[in-house]
Design a protein around this ligand. Structure first.
Ligand SMILES: Cc1cc2nc3c(=O)[nH]c(=O)nc-3n(C[C@H](O)[C@H](O)[C@H](O)COP(=O)(O)OP(=O)(O)OC[C@H]3O[C@@H](n4cnc5c(N)ncnc54)[C@H](O)[C@@H]3O)c2cc1C
Length: 506
């Protein structure tokens, strides 16, 4: 049997048709292209994976396939591992090249990519990978990284002419391998480039007005933050598309205050992934091994209380219920959850990282693990922050609206006790229709004692010689030289809206 020569475009966390270099380059070649996505059992059964992620991916593929259908194209979905599936494709087609984006993923996808390199080599297939957003593979240090990030973001986006794309259909005997069906859930953001663009537009031209003001408020931030994180994590939008649309919006609306603030966070997105790209052991190990001897005692009952929103701290429990139900929390509330687990409960961050990965719809390994470690204080190079759950509650949910929404048993507790219900006496509990210790738990730790213990131990360890020695190596690898560090990030924005130095005033 003569096998038809083809190329493959392998969609991963780049579920879009715009600004997509693998698709563009495949479309420019003479050979027909097979478009594929793999729902890999090994990835779907890993500890960080949840149905919400695959529902988002499925919705994205449906959306993309609707667009492709008008041009007679289709992305084929496989519910099998990558290499065995390509083996089967090879039976029908002579695969010349596989085009994809580079992936800064978890342990499983990293191993799969290494096997894939060997497999392609053995089968004479050229695997052409393109950088994802501003992340650079094989980078030795950060000296020129920010500048290169700016160049990537400022370069023109690439558009694929779908009328010129030549795709090939899968033979009938290879179809019907797909058996993943996600049940719909209206509480989650829907996946797909169409929704992504809707969120982008509504943020840049409307919702952004409360961005800075409400960024830390658990309730208000749900509207005033961009909510673009799942669309960036699963690639419904490229970072460059968001960056350039933001510059355009700054020019149109003149709102450099909120949108300048936002641009810095886009830069952080890639900054953290870059860190993880060069240090993927951060999924499991402390970045700074000087912290390896602290938090040795795992208390499963405390971890269960945290996971099940039964800590007795209203804002902590509300955040846990909320993220489980909706897949979203703002940055400060995520930070508070990690801080509570690692500082107040003094548990290893590893005990909570996969659990929260499963809850976040926007789960992005490259942001998730470095953020987790920064908050747990195990990088050694970042300031130690202990988020007091009572203070966060008073500051950011003063009237307890968010708390009552997500911990309904507290709905009749008055404002004066909503942050510390344990201060209610029996009569006050009766009036609030609640019996503490039965309807809602008493706090599982004494907050001031727990915070003090964490503070003393973390600072002592941070100052220790092993931590300080490792810090030197970490700083060399992940930060710029001192002279460069002092310069603020130069975000290239149109002349009319930058100050004389080109720096955004935010
Ligand atoms: C423990 C922990 C785990 C996290 N895990 C993830 C994760 O898996 N995926 C993820 O996208 N973000 C993660 N974040 C970062 C941040 O909380 C989310 O990006 C943000 O809350 C998403 O909401 P938004 O899109 O409305 O953000 P906006 O404030 O509107 O920001 C716009 C975009 O900038 C990026 N961004 C914003 N804040 C950060 C930040 N602190 N670090 C890196 N990038 C940022 C995101 O891509 C975000 O979509 C984590 C934070 C913590 C503390």
């Amino acid at each position: 049997m003569t096998r038809v020569p083809i190329h493959i475009v392998w969609f991963k966390r780049d579920l879009r048709l715009t600004d997509h270099l693998p698709l563009l380059h495949a479309s420019r070649d003479e050979l027909p292209v097979l478009l594929v996505y793999f729902f890999e059992p090994s990835v779907m059964h890993y500890k960080d994976s949840d149905e919400r992620h695959w529902r988002f991916v499925t919705q994205s593929l449906v959306d993309i396939n609707n667009t492709l259908a008008t041009h007679g194209h289709h992305i084929y979905r496989f519910n099998e591992e990558v290499i065995p599936t390509i083996e089967k494709i090879l039976y029908h087609f002579d695969v010349q090249k596989i085009f994809s984006h580079q992936e800064t993923g978890n342990h499983i996808t990293y191993q799969r990519d290494q096997q894939m390199v060997q497999f392609c080599k053995a089968r004479g297939i050229e695997w052409v990978e393109y950088p994802t957003n501003g992340v650079i593979r094989g980078l030795k240090n950060r000296r020129t990284w920010s500048q290169r990030w700016m160049e990537t973001m400022s370069a023109p986006t690439c558009s694929v002419d779908l009328t010129q794309l030549k795709t090939i259909a899968l033979p009938p005997d290879m179809m019907g391998h797909f058996d993943f069906h996600a049940s719909p859930s209206p509480l989650f953001q829907p996946g797909g480039p169409t929704h992504a663009k809707r969120y982008l537009e509504s943020f840049l031209y409307d919702r952004k007005s409360g961005y800075q003001k409400f960024i830390s408020k658990p309730e208000e931030s749900r509207r005033s933050c961009s909510r673009l994180s799942p669309y960036l994590a699963w690639g419904n939008l490229s970072m460059r598309e968001v960056y350039q649309a933001t510059l355009q919006a700054i020019q149109t609306t003149g709102d450099k205050r909120n949108l300048g603030f936002f641009l810095h966070r886009l830069h952080w997105h890639c900054h953290f992934i870059q860190k993880f790209e060069s240090e993927c052991r951060m999924e499991f190990e402390n970045l700074n091994h000087g912290f390896d001897d602290i938090r040795k005692e795992v208390k499963p009952e405390w971890i269960a209380a945290w996971e099940n929103a039964q800590t007795g701290f209203p804002l902590v429990d509300a955040c846990l219920n909320c993220v489980k139900a909706t897949g979203y929390l703002n940055f400060r509330m995520r930070s508070m959850l990690v801080s509570f687990l690692t500082h107040y409960l003094w548990q290893p961050w590893q005990e909570g990282a996969h659990f929260l990965a499963r809850q976040f719809l926007d789960y992005e390994p490259g942001i998730h693990y470095p953020q987790f470690q920064m908050l747990a204080g195990t990088t050694g190079v970042n300031t130690i922050r202990i988020y007091n759950p009572i203070k966060q509650s008073i500051d950011h949910d003063p009237h307890g609206f968010f708390i009552r929404k997500w911990v309904p048993v507290l709905q009749h507790v008055p404002d004066s006790f909503i942050h510390e219900p344990w201060n209610m006496n029996e009569e006050e509990q009766q009036l609030a229709g609640i019996k503490l210790g039965i309807d809602y738990p008493l706090p599982i730790v004494d907050a001031p004692t727990a915070a003090n213990f964490a503070r003393v131990n973390l600072w002592k360890t941070k100052k220790s010689t092993p931590v300080q020695n490792e810090n030197k190596v970490i700083l060399k690898k992940h930060t710029k030289r001192k002279s460069e560090k002092e310069q603020p990030l130069q975000l290239k924005i149109p002349h009319s809206i930058a100050d004389s130095s080109g720096k955004i005033v935010s």
